[in-house]
Design a protein. Structure first.
Length: 632
């Protein structure tokens, strides 16, 4: 494959068990450090502070999944902490209910509230989502302040100590052990979640929701799952907070707490699961150990936040990782790359065999129409895509090619007309459903998740985690199977040497090849390529043409402006102009069609400086197709 062909690495891996290695490692590390800290401080006045740090760490673990991995910048953690704290405090102190049932009721309320809030703000993104959650905190603190049954502004006092199984947890050390067990469980679940097939889908959706939907990810469902998990962590921490302090008030769950939690996460390091725990410990102990700065703590926090964002955006964990990489680089050790354990050994991967049965016509579009504010982008366009081979769609800029592509992929819905895919009517189906049926696509601008390795970017195309809920995510090795499918695809394309590399380190040519590999990893029934040769050199286009010509039993529909590249790929060409099909036939017949010369080359019979440009159009089309033009 020319300059895209390099050496193949040696094979290795530890099978599906490797998928649980990191969660177990994270849980063991947190448990070990927690045990040492509790034993070291069991007789110290700092023990209650350590317990508080552990409680905050539980919240930050959920926040890390939500912000670090899913990129949902929210301030709603104090809301769900307050629900857990007040429900547990009220039910145990006022209603004399046991700790466990009170905790479960509070957790149930938080989960229902999280679902309602997540659905209500499902269309909010970026700063809009942040602002919505800020107002949630303000609304909650006001509600708590005016609710007399919950103590109003004075708060709720006299909350009894926790009692589980008839055993009262009354001392700070006992409560510290309980909080540590909960933290270890949360860390294990969070680590398993982000290092799973579902976690890969979440990372892809965080980079590009359109790309994620194009590979079968139900983005709204994944966003909901992340939101609910983070809310559950906050609720659990709030319940523990109430029983460890014996008192809760509205002031304890204000916007300042949200800012503190964010600083804990950024200080320790987001996208590390356990990084935020270090930040929680540091920020909780800081005003206690250095009591002299208590009056200036907000100023110190603000300065620390700015310093972290400017100097160490990856936090303490990022600094440590960078230092270790630099030290080990002297001995040629690669550290911090994607691990390939379980990805290249073991049983064969199982991917959806969408292309197993060949059909005469894979796509049949009838009178598709799409309008934007009165402008018709696609006008009653009809097209039949054969079940084998490559079909090219060409036309001038603004002809409606990309809109037509989006209509086939489901990224947009048509205003009129019907679309059949493999004989089934998919006119009203969204893009993620069509992807699960076997439609795979690339984009004009490469859309790969920068936070994922090449292997995991390609694994996202296997669609093996699409239907996994929380239970399957935690207990089924979807990522291992998806990585095997990805590895096999990369090997076939002679790109397996790039498996552990991040997309940002690749050339544009290799990025486009990786994007193509992501499409092929799921054995698609239809491959949509949107200007795949854009930005490539002649030799790179030749390499890409060789790969596409070598595909078997995968029908391809391609948009491309380079007629030389199209001619090297296929004989079947469709020309679109002004949203309509003006030519559907063989490539070598293009030059004989007068309408194609006028529309595709935007020549027409307009006058330019008093001179007809029709002859220029004829000569350009002759050069591209190698055939003489005529009136047709």
């Amino acid at each position: 494959m020319g300059n895209l062909t390099l050496r193949r690495p040696s094979r290795g891996g530890s099978g599906a068990l490797g998928e649980w290695a990191r969660p177990l490692g994270h849980g063991t590390l947190v448990a070990g450090c927690g045990v040492i800290a509790l034993l070291a401080m069991q007789n110290s006045y700092l023990l209650p502070t350590l317990v508080l740090a552990i409680v905050f760490s539980i919240v930050v673990v959920g926040l890390d999944v939500q912000l670090g991995y899913a990129r949902q910048l929210v301030f709603s953690q104090p809301v769900f902490m307050a629900v857990g704290a007040y429900s547990t405090g009220y039910l145990t102190s006022v209603r004399q209910m046991g700790t466990v049932p009170a905790f479960l009721i509070g957790l149930g309320i938080s989960l229902v509230l999280a679902v309602v809030v997540a659905l209500a703000v499902s269309r909010a993104r970026g700063i809009a989502l942040t602002i919505v959650t800020v107002f949630l905190v303000l609304i909650l603190t006001n509600i708590l302040s005016v609710t007399k049954s919950l103590g109003g502004t004075d708060g709720l006092a006299g909350i009894p100590a926790a009692a589980i199984g008839g055993h009262e947890i009354s001392t700070p050390l006992q409560f510290g052990w309980l909080a540590l067990v909960v933290l270890v469980l949360c860390v294990g679940v969070a680590s398993r979640f982000v290092h799973s097939g579902t976690g890969v889908e979440v990372a892809l959706a965080a980079e590009s929701e359109e790309a994620a939907r194009a590979f079968g990810v139900h983005v709204a469902r994944r966003r909901l799952l992340v939101f609910v998990f983070a809310a559950a962590c906050a609720d659990i921490a709030g319940s523990l907070y109430a029983q460890s302090q014996g008192f809760v008030s509205p002031d304890g769950f204000n916007i300042t707490l949200a800012m503190n939690l964010l600083l804990m996460l950024y200080l320790g390091g987001k996208r590390s699961v356990i990084g935020g725990i270090a930040g929680s410990v540091i920020l909780t102990f800081l005003p206690v150990v250095f009591s002299g700065i208590a009056d200036y703590f907000l100023l110190v926090e603000g300065a620390a936040f700015v310093l972290v964002l400017l100097v160490a955006p990856d936090g303490i964990v990022g600094l440590v990782s960078t230092g270790v990489r630099r030290l080990t680089a002297r001995w040629g050790v690669r550290f911090g790359r994607a691990r390939l354990s379980g990805a290249v050994t073991g049983e064969e991967a199982t991917t959806p065999a969408h292309a197993a049965a060949t059909v005469d016509t894979v796509v049949h579009a009838r009178d598709l129409t799409k309008r934007y504010s009165g402008i018709t982008a696609v006008n009653e366009l009809s097209l039949a895509v054969p079940g084998t081979g490559i079909t090219a769609v060409i036309g001038p800029n603004g002809a409606g090619k990309s809109t037509f592509f989006d209509l086939i992929a489901g990224a947009q819905r048509s205003d009129a007309g019907t679309l059949q895919f493999r004989g089934a009517d998919v006119t009203g189906e969204p893009d993620w459903r069509r992807a699960r049926m076997g439609v795979a696509r690339t984009f004009q601008r490469v859309r790969l998740a920068e936070e994922l390795s090449v292997l995991d970017n390609v694994a996202a195309g296997s669609r093996l985690a699409n239907k996994a809920g929380l239970v399957r995510t935690l207990f089924v090795p979807n990522l291992t199977r998806a990585r095997r499918a990805a590895w096999q695809t990369l090997e076939r394309m002679e790109l397996s040497h790039l498996a552990a590399v991040r997309p940002g380190e690749l050339t544009l040519a290799n990025q486009r090849m990786v994007e193509l590999a992501r499409c092929l990893a799921g054995s698609p029934a239809l491959l949509l390529l949107d200007e795949p040769a854009s930005g490539l050199s002649d030799s790179q286009r030749s390499d890409l043409a060789q790969v596409l010509n070598a595909l078997e039993n995968v029908p391809v529909l391609i948009i491309e402006h380079d007629l030389d590249f199209v001619g090297a790929l296929t004989d079947h060409v469709v020309v679109v102009a002004l949203g309509e099909t003006i030519f559907d036939g063989r490539f070598d017949e293009l030059a004989a069609d007068r309408g194609v010369a006028d529309a595709f080359l935007s020549a027409g019979r307009h006058k330019a400086n008093g001179e007809s440009r029709t002859e220029d159009a004829d000569r350009s089309l002759e050069a591209a197709t190698g055939a003489p033009t005529g009136d047709g």
